[in-house]
Design a protein around this ligand. Structure first.
Ligand code: PSU
Ligand code: MN
Length: 307
């Protein structure tokens, strides 16, 4: 990763200076606002996440592709552009070279963002929900590249679990196979993104940002090259009603199957269906989850910068 050629990736001055000085920096992805959230709230949420990171004393590095250049530390103007242009591609790690060569603009997924963040020396990354193993993956082989990328990128990722549209037990099995460390923040119950608990359990809970920083430090001391996932559940008061959640997800899958939705269009289709079926409630939860993860990511980055 460190062998990436400098001209393919542009790191903003603010981020380059912050990482060089050992100041806390939090990476933020762009697929969440190019493909995950509807306009015009997408841009607002992207900027709000940056504000939250700053309020917590860290520097936000939103990452995306502008006309073929991978940018670590997008300007507000670039975030505006990516939020509103129509021809913006969803860019996972395998797409990076193609969009660079074709000079396309794109929103980077967790996989591509983690790759680029690590290249820039960033150690903490906050997102909403990770990609994972899709329902029916034993037939379709649809498993997010987020998982395989995270197996090889030593970075802390804060999420509210994997998106609840996924097969969560299967995803946890794959995380184990891929040597990806999973920590529950204040809980051993693995969160279900829109809901506080997914029904799956994880081995380790941590209670403070400092504890995550200690795990990260030990990870580096061992020379381990895999990610540390911090699963940060939404509070019970703010979660989607669990019964409605279960019903809507079942419907979303049935519609995707009936509509022949496949490949990287699956995740945006399901998220959009759920937003409409819950009359915006899932959108509110999605945004709350992201705010909370941006905040915790900044706290972890600060703790890691001190250790
Ligand atoms: N979670 C959200 N909204 C999103 C995503 C996750 O709430 O838009 C995005 C992330 O960028 C993640 C990607 O990396 O979806 C996973 O897509 P796929 O399953 O196609 O790998
Ligand atoms: Mn997929």
């Amino acid at each position: 990763m460190s062998t990436a050629h400098a001209s393919a990736i542009v790191v903003s001055d603010e981020i380059a200076e912050a990482t060089a000085a050992g100041r806390p920096v939090v990476a933020l992805e762009s697929t969440i606002f190019t493909h995950g959230l509807p306009r015009p709230i997408n841009e607002e949420v992207a900027l709000e996440a940056e504000d939250i990171v700053r309020q917590e004393g860290a520097v936000p590095a939103t990452i995306g592709i502008v006309a073929g250049t991978a940018v670590v530390g997008l300007s507000n103007e670039q975030i505006h552009q990516l939020s509103n242009e129509t021809e913006v591609v969803k860019v996972s790690q395998r797409d990076l070279a193609v969009v660079a060569a074709k000079r396309l603009s794109g929103g980077t997924t967790v996989a591509a963002t983690a790759f680029l963040a690590h290249h820039a020396g960033i150690r903490v990354f906050s997102t909403g929900g990770l990609g994972g193993v899709h329902q029916g993956a034993s037939e379709t082989f649809d498993e997010s590249a987020d998982l395989t990328t995270l197996a090889g990128v030593p970075i802390v990722i804060v999420s509210a679990g994997v998106k609840s549209i996924l097969d969560i037990p299967a995803t946890l099995e794959r995380l184990e196979t891929l040597n990806i460390t999973v920590l529950g923040f204040g809980t051993n119950a693995y969160p279900g993104f829109y809901v506080t608990e997914s029904g799956s359990w994880i081995e380790y809970a941590v209670d403070a940002p400092e504890e995550v920083a200690a795990v990260l430090r030990a990870q580096v001391d061992f020379g381990l090259s895999s990610a540390v996932l911090v699963a940060n559940p939404i509070s019970r008061e703010k979660q989607l009603d669990p019964d409605e959640h279960a019903r809507v997800i079942g419907e979303a899958w049935a519609r995707a199957a009936a509509g022949g939705i496949a490949g990287n269009a699956t995740t945006p289709f399901l998220l959009d269906y759920i937003q409409r079926a819950t009359k915006g409630e899932s959108l509110r939860v999605n945004i709350d989850v992201y705010r909370s993860n941006a905040r915790l990511g900044a706290q972890i980055a600060r703790a890691a910068a001190l250790s």
